[in-house]
Write a protein that binds this ligand. Structure first.
Ligand code: NAP
Length: 223
């Protein structure tokens, strides 16, 4: 089945945390000026890496909506991306910003949710039934819609699901000069624990570079 290439493109602390604590908006690192410009650099990388769409999970959007952080200086807007694609399998988001939006949801999501998407003229596609979206099927449908290189932008839940299903082709990680700690804090890949080493994704380093103000960019191919 054809699928777009998936490039995970996120920023994290040195210990792989992608936000301060559960249910916190990572934009607060940027607003406080302590992220070493990792957020802005990550947004520029979507274009450098030729991403034609940006994918994110439902929980990220819900957290950002409930914990809005105003930035003094706006961050770079990717120019090559043709859509902001949100995987909202359970149909939990009440949409206000609809420009450039493409929603991916389940085939058995509630009728009310489909009504919301249609009445707000939001583009959507459906893949799979049951607990979660069928990710390979969703990616196949996105390929058929013309997408060839998608930037996967988190959070940890959606990144972890893509990783466990072997759907990530490249990893682009900007490490901010921060150590966060915590046990329940979202990290780059939140997924069920491995049962043996064979499940570890092996990576091949392509680029390693100092970026922003004290951040580091690592770009890998997944073997
Ligand atoms: N540093 C960064 O670059 C960055 C980027 C983005 C977000 N963040 C931070 O990350 C936090 C949110 O992260 P999160 O991990 O809570 O949220 P998330 O990844 O946005 O939400 C979990 C997502 O994973 C999906 N999912 C889970 N298991 C799955 C499976 N087995 N198959 C298919 N889909 C599956 C869920 O589907 P359903 O929709 O069906 O539930 C949901 O869409 C926020 O605090 C935000 O600030 C940081």
């Amino acid at each position: 089945m054809n699928k777009p290439e998936i490039i995970l493109n996120v920023f994290s602390s040195i210990d792989g945390k992608i936000t301060t604590a559960p249910n916190r908006n990572v934009m607060e690192w940027t607003a406080a000026g302590i992220d070493g410009e990792a957020n802005d650099v990550t947004h520029r990388l979507y274009d450098e890496l030729d991403c034609d769409g940006l994918v994110s999970g439902s929980e990220s959007l819900i957290v950002w909506g409930n914990d809005w952080v105003e930035l003094e200086k706006s961050i770079y807007e990717p120019g090559k991306s043709k859509a902001y694609i949100v995987f909202d399998g359970k149909g939990r988001i009440d949409w206000s910003q609809t420009e450039g939006l493409l929603v991916v949801t389940r085939e058995d999501v509630s009728g009310d949710y489909i009504e919301q998407l249609e009445s707000k003229r939001i583009s959507y596609l459906q893949a799979g039934r049951g607990d979660y979206i069928d990710l390979p099927l969703a990616l196949h449908k996105l390929y058929d819609s013309g997408f060839r290189r998608l930037g996967l932008s988190g959070g940890g839940g959606i990144n972890g699901a893509f990783l466990r299903q072997g759907l990530i082709d490249e990893v682009s990680l900007v490490i901010a000069p921060l150590a966060i700690g915590g046990t329940a804090t979202p990290s780059i890949f939140d997924s069920p624990d491995l049962t043996d080493l064979g499940g570890a994704a092996r990576l091949e380093l392509k680029t390693m570079k100092a970026v922003g103000e004290g951040s580091v960019w690592l770009h890998y191919k997944v073997k």
